[in-house]
Ligand binder design. Structure first.
Ligand code: NAD
Length: 353
């Protein structure tokens, strides 16, 4: 298996394969870039089909973290860890401790956090072996309540602000009376829907969990839409807050909105959709630009100066970054996702100021 010649290698600074036979640990930690600060990114536990699949995933995810944190102007770089294991069966305290020792051996060049397959409780076990863990402390979160590292309120607030600036840019108006389709009423989507409603938007919602939809109808005066129809329902804005890959060739052709702005990661099925959206005149708020509230939240926790007001102020830079992206995309005739990547590259090559 090629590492330096891997199609997703992309200048990674360090790729570490770690194992602890007694504990059953097989992990890969990828450090993409540390120009702005220590590489930060979650730890995924997943029963990968093999090493090639795990390597591909960790390289792509760590690179993505460099871009996200640089665009969000955080003094951290990008990294990620993957553990080849079944999260429901294999996550023993011994495995998590071995993972903690592996992370500790990197001396703080990589800082881990929650991702799919890991919980705050797991990370607290990891943290018994290393201080290089974030998103685990009890603290007063963005919405005033005691948060145990849950970044969802911060993510939802950033998406709300980003959606607002996208609407102002494309439609020249505010949220009052605007129709927004919210796909997915989970930790982020629900909070986003509440803020949109409070700002006077009309909501159309879908979720595969009927209870959540019923609650939105009751409490937010939302109109329910079937999950298979929400992406193509006529509206001013589509806010994808469920799954990745929602913007594929067929949905982009069928969209009946002016703006796409939501929390989901990896919304574009392929780079071709970035250009297809531009050609259709639909303004796409690049996912990793608009959903950076969560990484801002956990990065502040790690940097040790967490206070909700500073986190809020930093999240309020998200619409400014989006505004730069939108204006540059217009001026250069480029799709917004491409412009976001270029701006992120400028920011991580320059390092943190
Ligand atoms: P969540 O699991 O709490 O919510 C997802 C919701 O989507 C659930 O209610 C689920 O039932 C629903 N759903 C699943 N499939 C659906 C479908 N086909 N149609 C409609 N609804 C469907 O997740 P979350 O934390 O709210 O995150 C939402 C998205 O935002 C994810 O893509 C996540 O990766 C991304 N994101 C989250 C954060 C964060 O801070 N939580 C940060 C950055 C990005």
């Amino acid at each position: 298996m090629e590492i330096f010649g891997h199609p997703d290698f992309d200048g990674h600074e360090q790729v570490v394969f770690g194992s602890d036979t007694a504990a059953g640990l097989r992990a890969i930690i990828a450090i993409h870039n540390t120009h702005r600060g220590p590489a930060m990114g979650g730890c995924r536990v997943f029963p990968y089909a093999g090493e090639a699949a795990a390597l591909r995933d960790v390289l792509r995810l760590s690179r993505g973290m460099t871009y996200k944190s640089a665009l969000a102007e955080l003094p951290v770089g990008g990294g990620k860890a993957v553990v080849m294991a079944n999260p429901g069966r294999d996550k023993t305290p011994a495995l998590l401790a071995a993972l903690g020792r592996l992370i500790d051996s990197l001396g703080g060049r990589y800082v881990t956090a929650e991702d799919s397959g890991t919980t705050v409780a797991d990370l607290r076990t990891v943290a018994q072996e290393t201080p290089h863990v974030t998103g685990i402390r009890e603290r007063r979160g963005l919405d005033g309540g005691i948060a145990s590292g849950d970044p969802s309120p911060a993510t939802a607030y950033g998406v709300f602000l980003g959606l607002q600036v996208a609407v102002a840019h494309r439609l020249g108006r505010g949220l009052e009376g605007l129709t927004v389709s919210v796909q997915g009423l989970g930790a982020v989507g629900w909070r986003l829907a509440e803020q949109l409603r409070a700002a006077g938007a009309r909501l159309q919602v879908s979720d595969i969990d009927g209870e959540r939809v019923a609650r939105a109808v009751r409490e937010l005066d939302a109109r329910p839409v079937a999950p298979e129809d929400i992406a193509t329902e006529p509206a001013d804005v589509l806010a994808p807050c469920a799954l990745g890959g929602v913007l594929n060739a067929s949905t982009v052709a069928a969209l009946r909105v002016a703006v796409v702005a939501g929390a989901a990661n990896n919304q574009l099925d392929s780079p071709a959709e970035d250009e297809a959206l531009r050609r259709r005149g639909i303004l796409y708020a690049p996912d990793y630009a608009i959903n950076a509230g969560g990484i801002i939240d956990v990065a502040f926790e790690h940097l040790g100066d967490y206070d909700a007001a500073s986190v809020r102020r930093h999240i309020e830079r998200i619409p400014r970054t989006l505004d730069i992206i939108f204006r540059r995309a217009d001026a250069e005739g480029l799709p917004t996702g491409t412009v976001a990547d270029r701006l992120a590259e400028e920011r991580f090559r320059a390092g943190a100021r």
